[in-house]
Design a protein around this ligand. Structure first.
Ligand SMILES: Cc1cc2nc3c(=O)[nH]c(=O)nc-3n(C[C@H](O)[C@H](O)[C@H](O)COP(=O)(O)OP(=O)(O)OC[C@H]3O[C@@H](n4cnc5c(N)ncnc54)[C@H](O)[C@@H]3O)c2cc1C
Length: 460
């Protein structure tokens, strides 16, 4: 419980405009994009690292749980205050501190919105590739804490691949800097990467240093419809075997093709078992040759339909199909649960078939969209959270999808994290020893278990 004198301490730290505890505010910060599991007692908006440190000193003295929050777009319960206490919103720490063109790095506060950062970089002719679909609203702090990635991950990797250093406020309130503005650094343990993907359970990220690269000269997208799902697997192999590293390689199944076509009327062939989007980038001449080569490969596989974007507008038009997937599915059922398993790339098509079997077994509608180039599937479980009987089947289906992914050599989550949603199945992948090591790390950095408790691993 936060008593009146502790509340006053917080008020002094963050000022009059930095503390909210009226009911509407508490409700607004009690959820994420997936679930509602707990109400905070107070919502704090610090503006500096010094304020975050002062808050953590009081929180650890008083044993108050602290849940960091960026934009609250995570899909696994990460920013939900499972044990009440403080929701620490980092959105007022939203300055890009420096874009260092010479060293090809940028330093920023955690509340910077990914897309704002990307737009700013265009002025410097520099590029930061990680592009989660939520980039228009998600914060860079949230992206680091979840190790977010997007379609461009196939060629360019995810958040961790661009991270050079972090400033972190520990549970005690002590402030630590990891890494530097250097492209290489093997000094001691890789603490920067320890905090990347730690979902607010090990420290509060207050500053981020990332590396930047030159932007590609041009990019081009192909949209290809195949009659047979196996051809989607084949084209992927053929592209890589042909010496092409695509930027993105996305796959939507027949259910999604139909959902999108009924909603957006973009001319997709409804009989297609698979719709594949392939993007390549680089110098104009090289891109033209790659597009030509991929086109030929698709013809060899008797693709039902091949569309090639010739202009930036046509490129965007093609991606419209992929982007409208989530809006389209919302027309069918009130709740969509985005699963996030990732399998070795060769197991992608078998995993599609396994999910279809699980959907049939539990009588559920589960269309799949996948970042096929990196084996990351998002089976979208379309349901109604108010239907208790159906939700029991949904839970069983999710557990079976997780188990099947691990059985095929895959992982429980490729980008959405463990949060609350997958705490129960974590041992399935990392085993008893893995759980013990995870707990030891958590204990070392947060012995009172005040940082985002009940997420990733259950401590007490
Ligand atoms: C429509 C939609 C599409 C999405 N697409 C993608 C996608 O393509 N790829 C992908 O990877 N994810 C995706 N996501 C998930 C989500 O957007 C990402 O996880 C994103 O990185 C979360 O950022 P956020 O600012 O919203 O963080 P929040 O949701 O507020 O927080 C996420 C986690 O990070 C912690 N956290 C936040 N800020 C800090 C900080 N400064 N210090 C320490 N911990 C912190 C929180 O405690 C929480 O555990 C999608 C979500 C939605 C709703």
């Amino acid at each position: 419980m936060i008593n009146e004198s502790v509340r006053e301490e917080f008020q002094k730290i963050v000022g009059d405009d930095g503390l909210y505890d009226h009911e509407e505010a508490l409700v607004s910060y009690s959820y994420d994009a997936f679930t509602f599991e707990g109400m905070p007692e107070v919502v704090l908006f610090p503006k500096t690292t010094k304020e975050v440190s002062a808050i953590m000193k009081v929180a650890s003295r008083e044993n108050i749980p602290v849940t960091a929050r960026g934009a609250g777009t995570n899909l696994t319960g990460g920013s939900v205050p499972a044990r009440g206490g403080i929701v620490l919103v980092l959105t007022k720490m939203n300055k890009i501190i420096e874009i260092d063109k010479e060293n090809r790095t940028a330093t920023m506060e955690p509340g910077v919105i990914n897309m704002d950062f990307q737009k700013e970089l265009t002025k410097y002719n520099l590029f930061f590739p990680p592009d989660p679909a939520s980039m228009a609203i998600a914060t860079m702090g949230g992206n680091v804490a979840e190790n977010a990635g997007g379609p461009r991950a196939v060629k360019y990797g995810v958040m961790k691949d661009y991270l050079l250093g972090l400033e972190v406020v520990l549970a005690s309130g002590d402030v630590m800097m990891t890494g530097r503005k250097t492209m290489k650094n093997v000094t001691g343990y890789n603490l920067t990467q320890l905090f990347c993907g730690s979902e607010g359970t090990l420290g509060i990220i207050t500053k981020i240093i990332v590396k930047l690269i030159p932007p590609p000269e041009t990019r081009r997208t192909l949209q290809v419809a195949f009659k047979d799902l196996d051809d989607a697997g084949r084209i992927s192999t053929m592209i890589f075997d042909g010496g092409i590293l695509p930027v993105a390689l996305e796959l939507l199944d027949n259910i999604f093709v139909n959902i999108i076509e009924d909603y957006a009327h973009v001319g997709l062939p409804k009989e297609a078992e698979a719709l594949v989007l392939i993007e390549v980038d680089g110098p104009e001449v090289a891109v033209e040759a790659q597009v030509e080569k991929i086109h030929q490969m698709c013809e060899e596989l008797d693709a039902l339909d091949i569309k090639v974007a010739r202009t930036a507008e046509e490129n965007d038009e093609i991606w419209k199909a992929r982007r409208s997937a989530y809006g389209a599915e919302a027309q069918l059922r009130p709740t969509a649960i985005a699963e996030d398993c990732t399998v070795p790339v060769a197991q992608l098509v078998p995993m599609f078939r396994e999910v279809a079997k699980i959907a049939k077994k539990y009588d559920l509608l589960i269309p799949i969209v996948a970042h096929a180039g990196d084996g990351n599937l998002h089976p979208q479980i379309l349901t109604d959270i108010r239907d208790k009987e159906e939700m029991k089947r949904v839970e069983k289906a999710i557990d079976e999808i997780s188990a099947k992914s691990v059985e095929l050599g895959g992982t429980l989550t490729g980008e959405h994290g463990i949060g609350i949603a997958k705490v129960g199945v974590l041992p399935m992948e990392i085993g008893e020893v893995g759980i013990a090591v995870t707990k030891a790390i958590k204990n070392a950095l947060d012995p009172q278990n005040i940082l985002n408790p009940d997420k990733i691993v259950q401590m007490n």
